[in-house]
Write a protein that binds this ligand. Structure first.
Ligand SMILES: [Mn+2]
Length: 331
C-alpha cells in the first residue's frame, strides 16, 4: 500500500485512512441521532465533529504505536438515522417541553428509537460475524444499545466499562423508553448476557438510580467524589484503575460518554457536569485495560458539535482503537 501515515490527511475517511471495511479490523458506525437529548442539543453533529477533527490526529500513538495499520474503517452512514432523527424531533421536543407529559409523542419517538437500535444491531452483527471489532460514534447515549446487544450475543458474559458523569440507570426518562439517561438500565433489563457493568466517573445520580446501584449485583459503581477523595488521601490512580479493572470479566466493551471527563474536555456535550476524569487518567485507565482484558467493542457518545469537542473525541476514539488492537489473546 502506498499510504504515507506522516503525510497530511486527505479528507473524507476517518483519520484520513484509506481502508475499506474488508481490510479493517475495526468497523465504525456513525449514528447521528439525538432525539432523546433532554438538555443541550447538538450531539447529532458528534460524528461529523469527530470525523472532521480526526484529520489532525497523528497516526503514530505514543502508547499504542502504529494503531492505524490494523485498519479502521468508517462504514457508510446509514441515511435512515438522520431521517429518523428529523422525524422524531418535533415529537421529542414536545415531550421535553412538557416535562414528560406527552405520552403519545413519546410513544412515537420510542418506535423510532427501536428502529435505530435494530439497525445498529444488524450492522454490528455483520461486523462481528466477519471477526471485526465493532465501534460506534454517537449521537446521544441511547445509540449504542444495539451494538452492546450484538456484542453480548457474540461474547456471552461480556462486561461493560461505562465511563460517564451520569449513572444512566433511569427506568425510561420523560417517557422515552430508550433515553440517553436509560442506556444502562436497558442493558440490565434486556441484555442478560452482559454479566457486569462497571461505572466510573459517576457524579450525578437520582435516588432510584442509587437504590438500583446498591441492589443490583451486576452493577459496580465507582463514584467520582469517592475516587477523588481516595486520590486526595494519597492513593495512586493506577491502584484505583487496577481495582476498577478487577471488577470486569475477561472480555470488555467500553461505553464512553464524553461527559465522564472533565467538562474542559467536552464543553459542548449535552449535559456537562463539573468534576470527572482528567485526560491522563482516561489514558492510563484504557491502557491498563488493554493490558489485562480483551476489548471487544466500544462507543464514544454525547460528543458536542464544536471543534474542540471533536478534537478530544477523535483522540479518545483513537486511543480506544489502540486499546482494542493491542488487547486480547493475540497481543
Ligand atoms: Mn451517558
Amino acid at each position: 500500500m502506498s499510504f504515507d501515515p506522516d503525510a497530511p490527511a486527505e479528507g473524507g475517511n476517518l483519520y484520513g485512512l484509506p481502508f475499506d471495511p474488508d481490510q479493517a479490523r475495526i468497523h465504525v458506525q456513525a449514528v447521528p441521532w439525538q432525539a432523546t437529548t433532554s438538555y443541550r442539543r447538538g450531539t447529532r453533529e458528534g460524528p461529523d465533529s469527530l470525523l472532521g477533527a480526526s484529520m489532525q490526529v497523528d497516526l503514530f500513538d505514543l502508547e499504542y504505536g502504529e494503531v492505524w495499520q490494523a485498519g479502521i474503517a468508517l462504514l457508510p452512514e446509514d441515511a435512515r438515522f438522520r431521517a429518523w432523527d428529523a422525524q422524531a424531533e418535533p415529537d421529542a421536543l414536545a415531550v421535553i417541553e412538557s416535562l414528560g407529559r406527552a405520552p403519545e409523542a413519546a410513544a412515537r419517538v420510542n418506535v423510532l428509537s427501536q428502529r435505530v437500535n435494530d439497525a445498529v444491531y444488524e450492522r454490528a452483527r455483520e461486523s462481528l460475524a466477519q471477526g471485526r471489532v465493532p465501534a460506534l460514534i454517537g449521537g446521544d447515549h441511547s445509540t449504542p444499545f444495539g451494538l452492546i446487544r450484538a456484542v453480548a450475543e457474540r461474547y456471552p458474559g461480556v462486561g461493560v466499562l461505562h465511563v460517564d458523569a451520569h449513572a444512566d440507570l433511569r427506568d425510561a426518562y420523560e417517557g422515552f423508553a430508550f433515553s440517553h439517561a436509560s442506556i444502562m438500565f436497558n442493558v440490565l433489563r434486556h441484555i442478560a448476557d452482559v454479566s457486569r457493568i462497571t461505572q466510573v466517573g459517576i457524579r450525578d445520580v437520582g435516588a432510584a438510580e442509587l437504590a438500583l446501584i446498591h441492589a443490583e449485583p451486576r452493577l459496580r459503581t465507582f463514584f467520582d467524589p469517592a475516587l477523588g477523595d481516595r486520590l486526595a488521601a494519597g492513593e495512586t490512580w493506577l491502584g484505583l484503575v487496577d481495582e476498577i479493572i478487577e471488577t470486569l470479566p475477561p472480555r470488555v466493551y467500553v461505553s464512553f460518554d464524553v461527559d465522564g471527563m472533565e467538562p474542559a474536555l467536552c464543553p459542548g456535550t449535552g449535559t456537562p457536569v463539573p468534576g470527572g476524569l482528567a485526560w491522563r487518567q482516561v489514558c492510563s485507565l484504557l491502557r491498563r485495560l488493554s493490558e489485562r482484558r480483551e476489548l471487544v467493542g466500544f462507543d464514544v457518545n454525547e460528543i458536542g458539535p464544536d471543534e474542540w469537542d471533536g478534537n478530544v473525541a477523535a483522540r479518545l476514539f483513537y486511543k480506544l482503537c489502540g486499546a482494542a488492537v493491542r488487547s486480547g489473546p493475540g497481543r
